[in-house]
Design a protein around this ligand. Sequence first.
Ligand code: IPE
Ligand code: IPE
Ligand code: MG
Length: 256
Amino acid sequence: MIGPQVASGDKSTENIIPDTMRHTGPRHVAIIMDGNGRWATQRGRPRLFGHHAGARRVREVVERCPEIGVGYLTIFAFSTENWKRTQTEVAGLMSLFRRYITKEARALKEFGVRVRFIGDRVRLDDKLVKLMDELEQLTENNDVVHLTIALNYGGRDEVARATQRLAEDVAKGILDPAKVDQETLPKYLDTCVLPDPDLVIRTSGEARISNFLLWQSAYAEYEFIDTLWPDFSADEFTRLCEAYGGRERRFGGVTV
Ligand code: IPE
Ligand code: IPE
Ligand code: MG
C-alpha cells in the first residue's frame, strides 16, 4: 500500500515515504501531444503539415529526459478514436509513423532509448507492425530512457482486451477468479512492465484525457497547457517537471 507523505521528523505514522522522495521530479511522464491540426490551420496549411512538425518535437523531449531524471516517457500518437478522421489524414498519419520509425531508429538506439508500443496492433497494417516489432527488438537492451508510443491506443480498449485475456486464463484454470484484484488486472494491460505515470501533460488547452491511460493515471498529477504540440519545447518540459516537484501527492491519505 502506498501511504501518505509525512512531515520531516515524524516517525509515528506507518507507511512513511522518505523525505528524500518528497520533492523529486516525476519518474514517468505521459504526454497527450495535441494541437497539431490547429497549428497547421493557423498557418494556412493542411493538418498533416502540423503532424509532421509535431513528430519533429519528440526527439528533443526524449533527449531531455535523462538530464532531469525522467526514466519513462509515454506519448500518445494515435487513439482508437482517431480512425474517425478523414481517410487522407489517417493514411497520412500511418505513413508518418512508418517514416518516423525508419528515420529515428538509429538515433533512438544510439541514445540508449528503449522503445515500446502500446495499443491494439490488429488494425494496423502489416508493414507498420513489422517496423514497430523491429524497433522494439533493436532497442530492447537499452535503458537510458523508456519511451512508450501509444499507437491505436485507447484506455477502454486496453482494459477490455486485458479482461478478455484474464477471462481466458480463468477458463483455462490458470487463474482463480477469487484472486482477481487490483494487482492482477494491470498484469494484463499493455503497460504491464511500466510504472504508473506520475505526471500527465496535455498540450493545446483541452482539459480532458481522451481515453489515455485510464487505469494507470488514477493518481497522476495533470498539467493542461495552452502550447500547441509543435511549439512544445524541452525547456517547457523541464519547467513542468520541476513544478511537479513542488506538488504534494497524498494518494488518499493525509499529510501529518
Ligand atoms: C494531435 O493533434 C495528434 C493526433 C491526434 C494524431 P490533433 O490532430 O488532434 O490537433 P488538433 O486538436 O486538431 O489541433
Ligand atoms: C488525443 O487527441 C489523441 C492523441 C493526442 C493522439 P484528440 O485530438 O484525438 O482528442 P479529442 O478528440 O480532442 O478528445
Ligand atoms: Mg486534437
